[in-house]
Design a binder for this molecule. Sequence first.
Ligand code: GLY
Length: 349
Amino acid sequence: MSDLTRRKFLRTAAATGAAATALPACSSVNVATRRQSPVAIASANGVEAVRIAVERMQAGMRPVDAAVAGVEVVENDPKDSSVGLGGLPNEDGIVTLDACVMDGPSGLGGAVAHLENIKNPAQVALKVMRRTDHVLLVGAGALEFARAHGFKEEDLLTEESRRAWLRWREKRSSIDDWLSPEENGEHGTEWFEEFKDKTGTIHLGAVDANGQIGSCTTTSGLAFKIAGRVGDSPLLGCGNYCDNDVGTGGSTGRGEACILSNGGAFIVQQMALGKSPTDACLETVRRVVRMTKVKRLLDDKGRPNFQVKFYATNKQGQYGAAAMYPGKFAVCDADGPRREDLAALYEQR
Ligand code: GLY
């Protein structure tokens, strides 16, 4: 870190009311050293998304718009069952999407929750940010708003996600009137198990060559969730947050844990206090562990029995990610798009 960057960080920390005595410890891993390159970090399903985001920032696009352009490829991908088209539906077989965006330079954000029939909720969230005086629109109102802005409605349920839902629905109970093939004496499959309790999502944090910041999170939420359930992804401060003086923080995985820990905002706060992105994410995972007390959420070793992943970038272009259990994340900087291992609090599940 150059002296210039060091002085700039100290001014930033003081301006944000942070403890200016602490320098950000350079992360031992995942330090982007070439500040002339924009940086984008995302969940592991976002390798193409971070490539696009960096390409757009190199062409001068604002980071929040580059983030939304990046996640669009995942929202449009029918094979990603955690986001947009092909996202797994709720318990009634209806796909509902959540997303939010945040723009560092303006300090503004926009979000939609429980949005049906529009495959690019992050783009609708951008419109909420830019074309309303509100931050969050939900349900039928969000859909009306999207229609007003010319978004086209379509059926987001693919053949594969419909079959996964039907399998789950038929197997849910033996005391209702839905019959699975097995209950009818036929051969069934267990392939839907891979979708059970599935959380996916894409978060993307973006920092351009001038240290301007933007971020975005988009999801279809928890598979087969109770109708009306909304996770962390559309909630600013939870599944996504950014502060143009500090950096970005975002989450994928069990949304309930991220909501209860205010994950996104907590990451940014930790970086403002001097932690590296990786350490800020790890501290957030520890916070989730501290806050997880009920038995049904703990394994036989007393550890949380779910996965949650956190991602961060700072204004200096450093990045990092951490999770409860091992996993990967996507990043793109001057070295190009790739997946890297995130820091895991527990080495084995
Ligand atoms: N993290 C996405 C969700 O729980 O909805």
